[in-house]
Design a binder for this molecule. Structure first.
Ligand code: AMP
Length: 285
């Protein structure tokens, strides 16, 4: 396994390593580190597709709208490298901030996300998706993969990146990997390590609320009523829910009825113990 900190080293080595192979043989897995089984599922998916796997670990400052969230973000580079070696990842790219955003180089670009960036995470974390798009574009330019692996756990992020790929014309195929959960249903997340023991016990209530929403949807309950009940259930359990949206899975706009879109998804964000957790589940489709 190779580990690179410098973009130039990554690029020249990828050229050598890939000599004789198609450049689209690279499967790229961008992460912010503090790796867990959810991230490893992305590596395994790329390996199962026969890709040469490149995993980046970069806590991207431009996507954090809250400075204390950035400073508290868990960083475990040695353990991450061990896990990636164990799973058989081929290359780790662990750049410093200056490597991704060289001083004096303008990395700004504006994309019209056609409303995908204004709801849910985009509403509660202003500027977040601009930062996500910026870093993903920069990393795709550097790594030039044939396939990009991302988790369904970050449903809206997938929609944003799909849109980014479409409008920029970057020749990469986006592969979405299902959410990996703990045995009790809590979606795996790097932030889970910040939960107190009591918080960790309560965490799966988010998943239970999503399951309840799914069965209500199947039974014909209207989206507004499902959202109201889910928000109340989370508050009663000691969470501070920000949103529980029931939306068209493609446009991410809220639906009034379950028949309004071919696929309907429930997306939730809630605070627990000062930790912001997100999750989602397909309700229909
Ligand atoms: P992060 O390090 O949180 O930026 O996540 C890096 C990638 O891993 C993103 O594509 C996430 O959607 C994905 N990911 C994070 N947690 C999970 C999970 N529990 N299941 C599947 N994918 C995940």
């Amino acid at each position: 396994m190779y580990i690179f900190q410098k973009a130039a080293d990554l690029r020249s080595q990828l050229k050598t390593i890939l000599r004789g192979r198609r450049s689209n043989a690279i499967g790229f897995i961008p992460t912010m580190g503090a790796l867990h089984e959810g991230h490893l599922a992305l590596i395994r998916a790329a390996q199962a597709d026969g890709c040469y796997t490149v995993c980046s670990i970069f806590v991207n400052p431009t996507q954090f709208n809250d400075p204390s969230d950035l400073s508290k973000y868990p960083r475990t580079p040695e353990k991450d490298a061990e896990l990636l070696a164990e799973v058989g990842c081929d290359v780790i790219f662990m750049p410093e901030v200056e490597e991704i955003y060289p001083p004096g180089v303008n990395q700004d670009f504006e994309i019209d996300f056609e409303g995908l960036d204004l709801v849910m995470e985009g509403f509660f974390r202003p500027g977040h998706f601009k930062g996500v798009a910026q870093v993903v574009k920069r990393l795709l330019d550097l790594v030039d993969p044939g396939k990009l692996y991302m988790g369904q756990k970050d449903f809206q992020q997938v929609a944003i990146v799909r849109h980014l790929i479409r409008v920029t014309g970057v020749p990469v195929q986006l592969v979405v990997v299902p959410t990996v959960r703990e045995a009790d249903g809590l979606a795996m997340s790097s932030r889970n390590v910040r939960l107190s023991p009591e918080g960790r016990i309560k965490g799966p209530i988010i998943y239970q609320t999503l399951l309840a929403a799914k069965s209500m949807a199947t039974n014909g309950t209207l989206p507004a009523e499902i959202s109201r009940e889910a928000m109340a259930a989370l508050s009663d359990a000691g969470f501070e829910p920000e949103y529980f949206e029931i939306a068209d899975a493609e446009t991410l706009q809220p639906v009034q009825t379950m028949q309004e879109a071919p696929e309907v998804v429930a997306c939730v964000a809630a605070w627990l113990d000062g930790v912001r957790l997100i999750d989602n589940m397909t309700l229909i489709g």
